[in-house]
Design a protein around this ligand. Sequence first.
Ligand code: ACO
Length: 336
Amino acid sequence: PGPIKYINCLLTAAMYFPGLEGVVVKETKICHIDLENSKIYYRGYDLEELAQYSTFEEVAYLLWFGKLPAGAELERFKAELMMYRKPPEHVDEAVKIAPKNAEPIDVLRTAVSAMALGEDLSDRSPEAELVRGLKITAAMPYIVASFDRLRRGSQPLHPGEAKSHAEYFLWALRGERPGEREVRALDVMLIIYAEHSMNNSAFTAVTVASTLSDMYAAITAAIASLKGPLHGGANVDAAKMLEEIGDAKRVESWVDQQLSRGRRIPGFGHRLYKKGPDPRLRVLRKLARDLASEKGDFKWVELAERLEEYVTAHLSQKGIYPNTDLYAAVIFKYLG
Ligand code: ACO
């Protein structure tokens, strides 16, 4: 009847939260984002201090086990990561038969999905799931680097002796031992990207896991979410943007043209950071500058700084500030 339908409509309208804005779906002890003070904490530790004083392996351990590892725990954890770097043979084969023009993130998604094949998934204890998480994390550098080498006409490489996750990835990509500063830069990037509360990909993973599907399925779905240009795909678009602009002098005309066409500027805007830039930028800007000095090439960092200045001047009144992906693109360009 009319009046009940009307009340239902009102209730539905009152309960509609576009984009889940303001909806709390879960409590977590893993990450705290303090918007008021522009700070991020992993398990109570200030992210900027972790980025300065710790390694990716220590941070991964902290996020998974709730405490920083003591010496022997860290060594054991690193040894386990090293043990699982090379994924099972059929995953290697899946990467080898991928068309060379595939997107690397699509190959990664397919490979992580393939990791479930043939594994006995019946043990669903937290310990067994942690081992699966460890296997996925450990294998990702090999998968991405192998595909990149194959598409460039060379063979996959497994530099097993590389000490850290970051060193392993750069070495497996390039085929030669990377410099210490480059390894540290990638290590910091891995720390910075390790956790960010209930973002789209984490939400997707939790949604899949909540049906008691499996770890590989949840992470495959999370990678699918991450790929989107409004989320993790933005750092690819930001890198393309830097190349397209090519020179800090062209920033203004390029941005004006994009905005006049109603397009978004990659590496800007964030669901949470509407009153100022992403707090992680304090680390990333410095890292980008340090790498530029190391390489003696300031082109990309100056371009990003000019973009930050110009876009912020034009769009901050709408709550648009730079996000991590702008400077991540700069750092990844310097890392080749
Ligand atoms: N460039 C220009 N305008 C923008 C941008 C941008 N990058 N981002 C948002 N806007 C504008 C929108 O067009 C909209 O304008 P309008 O009110 O005139 O229509 C307004 O700002 C609000 O936009 P929403 O989409 O409602 O903002 P929301 O907070 O939901 O979106 C998002 C956040 C998706 C990140 C968005 O800012 C965006 O698309 N950014 C570009 C892609 C990007 O860098 N993504 C990475 C995010 S960080 C991460 O996921 C790792």
